[in-house]
Design a protein around this ligand. Structure first.
Ligand code: ADP
Length: 268
């Protein structure tokens, strides 16, 4: 069997070929032993290609010698492959934004990627801030609770400032993330509302930076990947809304969080 692995800071993503189709599987990076055991027990004499920051650590735990490749190139290849299989047209020049533990932004032109920026704001921020603000640690619980929340109890919108008057920009835009201070102080918002606002905050920062980057590189399409979009429709909605307003086409790929792993698989 052929196996592509993206060993990241938080999650290990595995894409493998079986009976002609690609299958997917992920593990927590902190349970690397478990991932290595699963691989050695499931496959006989596999050929493996690994990418990602934890490549070397994982490679040591396997009993075959894997090929190791650069993560950025693997992700670009994986995105191109998944987009074409899903009939998503992303063109020959596009920006991709990988929202992993942190965020990395890349410009791709004629198959070659160049890293053009990044941000420490990413999926790790979601986990860390969520814990600090609500004490919740479980990712699925965080995103589920956020989906039930109402940001209006936490964020200040433009229309909240322009009471009655007609604002010069859409009143529904966020004027200040977490900025509804008076209301927050007089009554602590529910955890759900805080979590929804937090996802809004992360999404709005990322869509703003990446849209400006797309403008700078004259790319009309921005492909968003990374496990931070897993079970997290709220993050996707925020990015879709703002990117659309700015005139950049946002693209989300099914299994986009496996782009690096798919790219590694394709390198075999
Ligand atoms: P990396 O390659 O840095 O590990 P990923 O693309 O896998 O990055 O994204 C990691 C982020 O995905 C986490 O910070 C978290 O926000 C989110 N995430 C999605 N599913 C899980 C999960 N089961 N456990 C922990 N984090 C998860």
């Amino acid at each position: 069997a052929k196996i592509g692995i993206d060993a990241g800071g938080t999650l290990i993503k595995i894409a493998y070929c079986q009976n002609g189709s690609i299958n997917y599987r992920s593990f927590q990076s902190k349970s690397m032993e478990e991932a290595a055991l699963w691989i050695t027990q499931h496959f006989e004499n596999p050929t493996i290609c690994i990418t990602g920051g934890k490549s070397e650590v994982l490679a040591e735990k396997l009993n075959t010698q894997p090929k190791i490749i650069l993560e950025f190139d693997a992700t670009a290849q994986g995105i191109t492959y998944l987009a074409s299989r899903q009939q998503q047209s992303i063109g020959n020049n596009f920006l991709f934004v990988n929202v992993g533990t942190g965020t990395s932004m890349h410009y791709v032109q004629n198959g070659r990627q160049e890293r053009v920026g990044g941000s420490g704001i990413g999926g790790g921020t979601l986990l860390g801030l969520a814990f600090l603000m609500t004490g919740i640690q479980d990712y699925e619980q965080i995103v589920q609770n956020a989906a039930e929340g109402n940001r209006e109890n936490v964020d200040l919108k433009v229309k909240d400032i322009f009471e009655g008057a007609i604002p010069p920009i859409s009143g529904d835009l966020t004027a200040s993330n977490f900025g509804k201070t008076e209301a927050i102080v007089s009554e602590r918002p529910a955890d759900e509302d805080i979590l929804a606002a937090m996802i809004g905050f992360v999404g709005e920062v990322l869509v703003t930076i990446s849209s400006q980057m797309a403008g700078q590189y004259d790319a009309d399409t921005i492909v968003y990947v990374g496990s931070s979009f897993r079970s997290n429709p709220l993050l996707q909605e925020i990015i879709e809304m703002y990117a659309g307003m700015i005139g950049k086409k946002p693209v989300f790929l099914d299994r986009g969080e496996y782009s690096g792993a798919v790219g590694a698989l394709l390198a075999l």
